[in-house]
Design a protein around this ligand. Structure first.
Ligand code: KIV
Length: 264
């Protein structure tokens, strides 16, 4: 098996869907590597792993640490690391932090949440050889309360704005566009107009690829209410609960540890 290249992924456009899942740790990176095209170290780490209310408390240090753990254990898939909130407010800050994040994680791409105000930042990063993934539509760093998140693009003005944004982002050098919770027709139109791949999350099947948070597909953190676009592909909490109950029962009944688990 050889490492996925950006050229491979460009060739998949309009042919074969691109797959992407999040990872924040070595064991998950090991499981995903070579099975998905792209591994995203998302700032969803804040809500998913650290129990934060939103992603705004995620720091560059956190992304560096999780990024390092993942990329170090990824040989075949390509990797993307999120730039956290307030780390790309102007060109200079964005470039300094993007360089730092790439130098310490060795990720293939960085991802930033984009609107028309920071197209210039994407251009500046691209001009300075940073490979950028732009995240448009619903951009979670704008929300302090995830319950307020609604899909976008239904109104024709919003649809036009999204179309303009996506085409400008391609022009200034974005390598992929992640589209979150964008109306189906608009997602389809953007995907057809662009030559770079679109990766959807809650943006219908009309995207060149799909991304989800790994904990969501495993139904981990099941007590947290999930958006409509999430599908459970497994029920990991059941397996974990069985293991915990078996451990507790075995210890209480003195069935664990046995001699083979002890040192003489
Ligand atoms: O942070 C994240 O995991 C993301 C995906 C949900 C697209 O940005």
């Amino acid at each position: 098996m050889s490492k996925v290249s950006y050229k491979n992924l460009l060739l998949k456009k309009n042919k074969s869907p691109i797959t992407c899942l999040t990872a924040y740790s070595k064991p998950i990176a090991n499981l995903l590597d070579g099975k998905v095209d792209l591994i995203l170290v998302g700032d969803s780490v804040g809500t998913t792993l650290y129990g934060m209310k939103n992603t705004r408390g995620v720091t560059l240090e956190m992304m560096k640490n999780h990024g390092k753990a993942v990329v170090r254990n990824t040989k075949y898939s390509m990797s993307i690391v999120d730039m956290p909130y307030n780390t790309y407010r102007n060109k200079k800050e964005a470039l300094g932090n993007a360089k730092e994040l790439i130098a310490s994680t060795k990720a293939d791409f960085i991802k930033i949440e984009t609107d028309k105000k920071n197209i210039e930042i994407v251009k500046y990063l691209s001009d300075n050889k940073i490979k950028v993934v732009s995240h448009i539509g619903v951009t979670p760093q704008k929300f302090s309360d995830f319950k307020k998140i609604k899909s976008v693009g239904k109104e024709s003005k919003d649809a036009d704005d999204l179309l303009y944004l996506a085409t400008e982002l391609e022009k200034v050098g974005s390598k992929f566009i992640v589209m979150e919770c964008i109306n189906e027709k608009v997602a389809n139109k953007i995907t057809n107009i662009l030559s770079i791949p679109t990766i959807g999350i809650g943006s219908s099947k009309h995207c060149d690829g799909q991304v989800l948070v790994i904990d969501d597909i495993l139904n981990f953190n099941s007590k947290i209410k999930k958006p409509k676009f999430v599908k459970n592909f497994a029920n990991i909490e059941i397996s974990i609960s069985v293991a915990i109950n078996n451990f507790v029962r075995s210890v209480k009944k003195r069935k664990f540890p046995l001699r083979k688990h002890s040192y003489k």
